[in-house]
Design a protein around this ligand. Structure first.
Ligand code: NOJ
Length: 561
């Protein structure tokens, strides 16, 4: 096992924080809790995480070398974005072989070693599964495109042109909203469907052989010991049989954000049966990129479709108490009645990091630059506490624990067709000149480093107990130590404007979380919590033992109540 430096201390044995629970442990008397309900997930975007061979692109050995850092942080599960063979038109989300590792990232043996090491450190490994499309260089598509008579022709979605020679319908592709979701394949004179880039043709899940082949790809990785999958645009695997035009009122919205067909649920039930047939509580968290929580909730089925589904409105929400209250209420209204379990995410590899988003939102709302600069880090810290205390499974995007903002990537250095380079800037590991990315032969990293790398790197922040990295670690530890925070009920409490207050309770364990979304102190004495024990404060390593009743600007606290 590759471990840099001494092994981490036993997880969650932080001074002053009550005794640890281990992932998968049964917390409720008598009830078994699946591990993914109480887990804190950490998303790794492998190209930008850590590089082992100096070619400027992160790889599996790089991840493996830093597993001990993640165990130190206290996360329970890793979601690793695609590392499969790929021409990289969409940096791995264009897969040309679902069952192999791209040489850029390593090989299957390296993957097996990574899973084994992660398991030794008590962390689960969840990998990306991209069922909606393949690369146009996948042998299946090459075969399908070779002639109209190919036995694999119907593995993809082909149509003749509309009578006027235009694409078969008005669906718009992602990324370039002026581009149709169709490309004419000249040699066979038909159009093929692609909800994303032309290099990512959509699979046709109406074809039983596609279903079987894609199920086999799940089996391949389950047999190798992965704990689950993050399923990419999984709501895309069922299309309306007539492929009708999208209505004019949503023209210009990419079809991937609109596709919501009943047949997908049947397909998810079959996938769920397959996954549940494996021992060891394997799971699937689906990317259901529909913009309403109510629609997303249906993809849990009756506990027979997705185990978890990403809920994106919070990922787009500004730092505003009223908006967050709505997001939380939407989840309670839509997800809870199904007996399903929510997820929470602030950032990922497709969107500006939340620190950047909040700063931009505040600037748009007229915040002075000096105020914005002062509030930027406190907002990110309070958001971390919120993320880790809501009812549901939290997902941390790599680098959020360092408080990273997006890199400002000059036009000529951008590489992503969707313009998502800023949040994918490479992760700074230390304060050295190359920030832990030593390059060979004058090579450069595939994207520049994230900003403020001299201070916002792991080594520097680990040496500072007041850093946001330590805050994340303390918040994760508290979440695990307090059953109420991981699994308890959620009760909103009336609180002054600009703040949120909620109580979490499980049996005799109870906590109250207070979050101030404003840049001014707010008097919270009306909640009757003055004197309660402060377990965690977003801005203070050693908060006063008793809550004074005053919540600082952009401050979040967790009280034992
Ligand atoms: C969603 C992924 O998160 C994104 O990165 C990718 O470009 C699209 N799906 C297409 O696979």
């Amino acid at each position: 096992m590759v471990v840099h430096g001494p092994l981490p201390p036993p997880r969650h044995s932080l001074a002053g924080i009550p005794g640890p629970k281990s992932a998968g442990e049964t917390l409720l008397s008598g009830a078994h809790i699946p591990w993914w309900k109480e887990a804190v997930f950490y998303q790794i975007y492998p190209r930008s995480f850590a590089d082992s061979d100096g070619d400027g692109v992160g790889d599996l050995a790089g991840i493996r070398a830093h597993l001990s850092d993640l165990a130190w942080l206290g996360v329970d599960a890793l979601w690793i974005s695609p590392f499969f063979r790929s021409p990289m038109a969409d940096f791995g989300y264009d897969v040309s072989d679902f069952c192999d590792v791209d040489p850029l990232f390593g090989d299957l043996a390296e993957f097996d070693a990574l899973v084994a090491d992660a398991h030794l450190l008590g962390m689960k490994v969840v990998i990306d599964w991209v069922p909606n499309h393949t690369s146009d260089q996948h042998p299946w598509f090459v075969d399908a495109a070779s002639s109209r008579e190919s036995s694999r022709r119907h593995w993809y979605v082909w149509r003749d042109a509309a009578p006027d020679g235009s694409p078969p319908n008005n669906w718009v592709a992602a990324f370039d909203l002026t581009a149709p979701a169709w490309t004419l394949h000249e040699s066979t004179d038909q159009w093929y469907l692609h909800l994303f880039e032309a290099a990512q043709p959509d699979l046709n899940w109406d074809e039983p052989a596609v279903v079987e082949a894609m199920h086999d790809t799940l089996r391949f990785w389950l047999d190798r010991g992965v704990d689950g999958f993050r399923a990419d645009v999984v709501h895309g695997i069922g299309k309306h049989p007539a492929l009708p035009d999208d209505p004019p009122e949503v023209a210009g919205i990419p079809h991937c954000a609109l596709n919501d067909e009943p047949i997908t649920h049947e397909r998810l039930r079959a996938i769920r049966t397959l996954i549940d047939s494996y021992p060891g509580e394997r799971m699937m968290v689906g990317e259901v990129f529909l913009l309403s929580t109510e629609a997303v909730a249906t993809y849990y089925g009756n506990d027979d479709e997705l185990h978890l589904a990403f809920n994106f409105p919070p990922l787009f929400a500004p730092w505003l108490a009223s908006r967050w209250a709505e997001c939380i209420e939407d989840a309670r209204r839509s997800i809870d009645p199904r007996g399903a379990w929510p997820t929470w995410v602030l950032s990922n590899h497709d969107n500006p990091r939340h620190r950047t988003r909040y700063d931009r939102g505040a600037a748009r709302a007229g915040e002075e630059p000096a105020t914005a600069a002062r509030r930027s880090e406190p907002r990110a810290r309070a958001a971390a506490v919120l993320l880790l205390t809501l009812r549901g499974t939290p997902f941390i995007f790599q680098g959020d624990e360092l408080g990273l903002a997006d890199a400002d990537i000059p036009e000529d250095v951008r590489v992503d067709p969707g313009g998502r380079d800023g949040c994918r800037a490479v992760l700074p590991w230390d304060g050295s000149k190359d920030h832990g990315w030593p390059m060979r032969d004058g090579m450069t990293t595939w994207l520049p480093s994230a900003p403020e790398a001299d201070s916002r790197n792991r080594v520097t922040q680990r040496g500072r107990p007041d850093s946001i990295l330590h805050l994340y670690r303390r918040a994760i530890a508290i979440r695990r130590a307090c059953p109420a925070l991981a699994l308890g009920s959620y009760d909103p409490l009336a609180s002054p404007e600009g703040t949120l207050a909620f109580r979490r309770q499980l049996e005799s364990s109870a906590c109250t979380v207070l979050v101030n979304f404003t840049g001014d102190p707010v008097e919270m004495a009306s909640l009757g919590l003055v004197g309660a024990t402060v377990l965690l404060a977003s801005d203070d390593t050693a908060p006063a033992e008793r809550f004074s009743g005053l919540l600082g600007p952009d401050q979040a606290v967790v009280l034992s109540t």
